[in-house]
Write a protein that binds this ligand. Structure first.
Ligand code: FMN
Ligand code: SF4
Ligand code: SF4
Length: 204
């Protein structure tokens, strides 16, 4: 999958799930459908007084998932949300209404003035599927951000005993000095980590 393929998937899926963090630090999640992309930047519409907005104003960290039922795969975005500038609000609101004419029934006439547009421009994007064997995951850094590595890595303490390879449910550890985890096929289950006799596997 390329970045473009992932974005196409996020456009094709009817609705996305978007998670925020509330004032108490608890996660909140809701469905959104009114969103459009300009290259890799996602613009989405909500209403000014919703809890959704309060949460984004209080904590800019958000996560978005699009699950494609047909392909049994998903694209996840994690990053920092921004409110679109006052000068650009109307432009992006109009574009979103053009893409989703049903919104005219949700916010008829002047009631749409309660709408507000947010965007996510700089984010980590992850693609994950269970449809391949072994599984596939990919990471991308979009905009002004770096990929935050997650998972396990084998260090130079490795004594080449082969235990991790035998306990890996996806058989994605390659022999070598040290042994190497095929990151793009790793489940992050940690079974290798738990079974290494010399603690050569590091968790990130
Ligand atoms: C199919 C569907 C699409 C939705 N699309 C949006 C949307 O684009 N923007 C939005 O603010 N809420 C949308 N909602 C409503 C939100 O999911 C949520 O219920 C609402 O924002 C209230 O949540 P809150 O009280 O946590 O803010 C949609 C709901 C459904 C069921
Ligand atoms: S179990 Fe530990 S020491 Fe053995 S091959 Fe794997 S990483 Fe190396
Ligand atoms: S974390 Fe799980 S899937 Fe990944 S290499 Fe270790 S055992 Fe295999």
């Amino acid at each position: 999958m390329t970045i473009e393929d992932c974005i196409k998937k996020l456009i094709k899926i009817d609705s996305l799930q978007i998670a925020t963090v509330d004032k108490s630090g608890a996660p909140q999640i809701r469905v959104i459908s009114a969103r459009i992309f300009n290259n890799t930047t996602m613009y989405f519409l909500t209403a000014k007084r919703k809890s959704f907005v309060k949460e984004m104003e209080n904590n800019r960290n958000i996560a978005i998932i699009g699950f494609d039922e047909k392909e049994n795969d998903m694209v996840r975005i994690t990053g920092i949300v921004e409110k679109v500038s006052e000068e650009e609000q109307l432009k992006w609101r109009n574009k979103i209404y053009e893409t989703y004419p049903y919104l005219e029934n949700v916010y008829p006439n002047e009631t749409k003035n309660i709408n507000v547009i947010y965007k996510i421009e700089n984010y980590n994007m992850e693609y994950f599927t269970l449809s391949t064997h072994p599984i596939t995951r990919q990471y991308f850094a979009i905009g002004n951000t770096k990929i935050k590595f997650k998972g396990f890595k084998i260090g130079d303490e490795c004594i080449n005993c082969g235990t991790c390879k035998t306990v890996c449910p996806q058989n994605v550890i390659t022999e070598g000095t040290p042994f190497v985890i095929q990151q793009e096929h790793c489940l992050h289950c940690g079974n290798c980590f738990d079974n290494c006799p010399v603690n050569a596997i590091k968790e990130f």
